[in-house]
Ligand binder design. Structure first.
Ligand code: AMP
Ligand code: ZN
Ligand code: FE
Ligand code: FE
Length: 287
């Protein structure tokens, strides 16, 4: 395919905590002029088939994706997977463990909230069939019950790391998480590395460590990064010989400031910023 100018390799649908159904998300991306995209729902491949079918129908370039949360003290370590076999038995077994961990965590959080005098039941959550339940679903239900004024307050006081009702869900460390993607034939890319909350001096060393575990690339361009942070990550990728990728981390109404195909301040995510090797490895011709 002719490589389109505008791309997005990180977005979420109702299969996890996004607000658009998979096919709707692809329609919205097409309407924004995005010509090549990946869906990267949290810990699930459930949205890929309907989204891929819609992309084919609309003639948009498509890459299967996923975003897995790994154990990491002090920050968020999310690993994006691209171009893996979504029917790989090892991957599916891992994802079913993720699903169970999310269910267990949901029960723990609802329990803690009820001890805080904020009773919620699973039925109060807007979870469509097969959705990967996340804290944004709980936050939305808390807003609907008028327990908090908005989702930010829900995270600040209850659901965030320091919140009164926090419980974690991570079951695999970085090695196992990267292996799930690599063993299924995919590329492993660390999402929004600024959210690792590492000092500048520690970040490159940690990314080098992940490379030793099989990491292929760095999501240097993400809507949570400032311009200078994107540039710094591009330099680190070059030093470590890692691929550079980019995505908006679009969630729809759950993160209303984030737009498809865009970074902060509406800056477009351009295919020329992405390593050619990313496209080559995924079998996308870039003539
Ligand atoms: P989970 O998958 O349950 O760990 O939830 C993670 C999701 O929660 C992320 O994708 C974010 O979109 C969302 N999130 C995290 N912190 C906040 C916050 N302070 N306000 C709103 N959403 C948040
Ligand atoms: Zn999310
Ligand atoms: Fe993430
Ligand atoms: Fe994400």
């Amino acid at each position: 395919m002719n490589l389109p100018g505008l791309v997005d390799f990180h977005c979420h649908s109702t299969a996890s905590d996004g607000s658009l159904a998979p096919a709707q998300l692809v329609e919205a991306a097409a309407a924004q002029g995005i010509g090549l995209m990946a869906l990267t729902d949290h810990d699930t491949v459930a949205g890929l088939a309907p989204a891929r079918a819609k992309a084919q129908e609309l003639g948009i370039g498509w890459i299967d994706g996923i975003e897995l949360s790994a154990k990491f003290a002090g920050g968020h370590l999310h690993i994006l997977g691209y171009g893996f076999d979504p029917t790989h038995p090892g991957l599916l077994a891992g994802l079913s463990a993720f699903r169970q961990a999310r269910k267990n965590r949901l029960t723990k959080i609802l329990d803690k909230l009820s001890h805080c005098g904020l009773p919620l039941e699973e039925a109060d959550l807007d979870l469509s069939e097969g959705t990967s339940p996340g804290r944004p679903h709980i936050a939305a239900a808390m807003v609907a019950k008028e327990y908090v004024k908005d989702q930010n307050q829900a995270f600040d006081e209850y659901l965030g790391h320091q919140g009164k009702a926090y419980a974690d869900k991570e079951i695999f460390g970085p090695q196992e998480t990267i292996a799930l993607i690599k063993n299924a034939g995919g590329l492993a890319v660390v999402a929004h590395p600024i959210s690792l909350y590492l000092k500048r001096s520690e970040l490159a060393d940690y990314l080098e460590y992940l490379k030793g575990l099989g990491l292929d690339g760095i999501e240097a361009y993400n809507s949570s990064h400032q311009n200078d942070q994107c540039n710094r990550l591009v330099k680190i990728a070059a030093q470590l010989d890692l691929l550079v990728t980019g995505g908006s981390d679009f969630h729809g109404t759950a993160k209303p400031l984030v737009q498809l195909g865009r970074l902060k301040k509406g800056r477009k995510i351009l295919s020329k910023w992405i390593s050619p090797q990313f496209f080559d490895t995924l079998g996308i011709e870039t003539t």
